[in-house]
Every structure is written in C-alpha cells, then in structure tokens.
Design a binder for this molecule. Structure first.
Ligand SMILES: [Zn+2]
Length: 139
C-alpha cells in the first residue's frame, strides 16, 4: 500500500516553546533593552537642556569669555552634582536652573574645587546670576 498524500505532506509539529522557568536567565533581553531605553531617554533630556542653555550661556559662566576650541570648548556642568541627585529622574537633574556651560578649563577648576560657582538667587539657580570665586591657594 502506497503512502497517502496526507502522510507525505505531514507537517512537523511546531516546536514546543521554551518555558521561561526552564531558561537559566529569564529576561536578559528585556532588562538590557529597558536599560538602553533609559540611557536613550537620559541622553535626549541632556541634549534638550544643552540646546536650551546654549542659547542663554553664550559665554563661559565662570570667566565670561567666549567659547572656542580645546580648553575653550563649552562643557555642561550641573550646579548640584548628579551624584548628589542620584536616583532622581534626568528631568530633575538636567534643567536650565541646574545646568551651565563652562570652558573645559573652567569646568575642571570647578570640579577640582579651585573655583566655587553658586547661584545668587537659589530659587532661580543658573537662570539667574552666578558668583564664581577662585579659591586662595596656599603653598
Ligand atoms: Zn571660562
């Protein structure tokens, strides 16, 4: 007896989907993609506030001189550091009140505590005037 048409066309059963429980790491991809989405969101918030403050800070907020290349390249600085605002959403860290543009060299002076930079009006933050002061060096 010859095999019937149906048995020749017999399809393999679809593969049994892996049970999430049987996999050693249940959701590595979704976690990684969530992290990527979070990083993308943060980058877009930073880019947005940088565009806003670039309109306002046309000169360095420490020395008041024009931006340029090399040590004069504009860099974004947060008056209240990201570390101090750890856990806050990027929208609360990267705001025009908290962010300023400084020369690369002036930024280094601030981050290495040779220069202090503080808003005159705390409620206005960087949208108001800032006072910058070079610390006295000893020795
Ligand atoms: Zn400067």
């Amino acid at each position: 007896m010859s095999p019937s048409v149906t048995s020749l066309c017999h399809k393999r059963p679809p593969p049994v989907p892996l049970s999430p429980i049987s996999m050693p790491f249940p959701k590595p991809q979704s976690r990684a993609s969530a992290r990527r989405a979070k990083a993308r969101h943060k980058a877009s918030v930073i880019a947005s506030v940088r565009r806003q403050i670039a309109q306002r800070d046309t000169t360095c907020r420490v020395c008041g001189k024009a931006f340029g290349w090399g040590e004069q390249t504009p860099e974004m600085h947060e008056l209240t550091s990201r570390a101090a605002l750890r856990g806050k959403p990027p929208e609360e860290i990267f705001t025009p009140e908290n962010c300023v543009l400084l020369h690369r060299s002036c930024h280094r002076d601030v981050t290495e505590h040779r220069v202090t930079l503080a808003p005159v009006h705390l409620d206005r933050g960087a949208t108001g005037d800032l006072v910058s002061e070079r610390r006295q060096t000893h020795g």
